[in-house]
Design a protein around this ligand. Structure first.
Ligand code: 13P
Ligand code: SF4
Length: 338
């Protein structure tokens, strides 16, 4: 990391009462300079709860939006308005179409309980909040699912079909994917998933797991729940980015582990022991999230300098009605995640 750039960023942050926040998938130099690093849940909670008035968010759009929704009095700027490709797979019109399709199958709207993964935009969260639903992250999905289940309705899980199907697998309940499964399967399902996915986590396969297990019989497999269900079923540990980090750090330094999540995180996990590497990326293709990798130290300097000059750009501003409805679904998640 450039020491001069880091020093400049620190000066700008302090002068502007700003907090620098970064997701674990950001480049190393960003993670090193950030005040706060974490998974989606930790970042939403800790950035919105921090006393600094300005949040500089290095991540993808839905993450910055979540902080703004939870703490509307704060100003939130993003060095890059990078967008998660999964979040882009659904907007409010696709949401409405999905509800209509379920209604055409005979499922009443009032019998649907929506859960949106935090990887979705504010308009979609607002739709979910309006219907009394909740947001979840990879860290609390099971808890939110239990809450949703207590309503005795059909759960509509969006946009990540993998996370939804993995929840169904874990809780042994019938599931379906809207637009892919038959009407009968949808009617039988307790959890109906929208057909979205993360292109990065689709790179991990059962063949990768078999390859590593054949090479190192003692190896452990740790994956993110955005991975396909057949991969998650064969994993020794499944969790959010923070949970994966804690799991790997709890292992003996010479315990081999192959990790199925974004490259920057895996690459930082553990140093080799006596020149031998015990931590592997669970894929022969580099699992890099292109949008997470966009942000640079120069972007942080530029966005802060413009803010200081009174010419802010990439600021998160949301329609107040959308924000209020989305807040219902996010606040409920926060309450349930205490
Ligand atoms: P986490 O909430 O586990 O950090 O995941 C965010 C994400 O986008 C994973 O691809
Ligand atoms: Fe979105 Fe996948 Fe990137 Fe996570 S890794 S931010 S889900 S595209």
């Amino acid at each position: 990391m450039s020491v001069e750039k880091a020093k400049r960023i620190r000066e700008l942050l302090d002068r502007n009462d700003a907090l620098l926040v970064a997701h674990y998938y950001q480049r190393d130099e960003i993670v090193e300079v950030a005040d706060l690093v974490g998974d989606s849940l930790e970042l939403a909670r800790n950035a919105s709860g921090n006393p600094r008035s300005l949040v500089v968010f290095c991540g993808v759009g839905f993450m910055g939006q979540s902080v703004k929704i939870l703490s509307p009095q704060k100003r939130v700027i993003m060095p890059r308005l990078a967008c998660c490709s999964m979040a882009r797979m659904i907007d409010s019109s696709y949401y409405d179409e999905s509800i209509k399709l379920m209604e055409s199958y005979g499922i009443k709207k009032e019998d649907i309980f929506p859960i949106t993964y935090i990887n979705s935009n504010a308009e979609v969260k607002a739709k979910v909040g309006e219907m009394g639903g909740v947001v979840c992250t990879s860290a609390n999905a099971s808890k939110i699912f239990e809450y949703a289940k207590s309503h005795n309705k059909k759960i509509f899980f969006l946009p990540d079909r993998c996370l939804g199907l993995n929840l169904a697998q874990r809780h042994s309940i019938p599931s379906a994917v809207l637009g892919v499964s038959s009407k009968e399967e949808v009617l039988r399902a307790e959890i109906i998933c929208y057909d979205g996915f993360c292109s990065v986590h689709q790179l991990f396969s059962v063949e990768d797991i078999e390859f590593y297990r054949a090479k190192f019989p003692d190896i452990l497999i740790a994956t993110h729940p955005e991975c396909p269900p057949e991969v998650v079923a064969k994993s020794d540990f499944v969790g959010s980015t923070s949970q994966i980090i804690n799991f790997v750090n709890s292992l003996e330094p010479t315990q081999r582990v192959a990790v199925g999540t974004e490259f920057n995180l895996v690459n930082r996990l553990r140093k080799p022991v006596n020149g031998v590497n015990y931590t592997f990326v669970l894929s022969s293709t580099k699992p890099e999230c292109p949008t997470m990798n966009e942000t640079t130290l120069d972007d942080i300097i530029n966005v802060l300098e413009a803010y200081e000059r009174g010419e802010p750009y990439n600021e998160i501003n949301l329609d107040s009605n959308i924000s209020a409805l989305a807040k219902r679904a996010l606040d409920k998640m926060m309450e349930l995640s205490k």
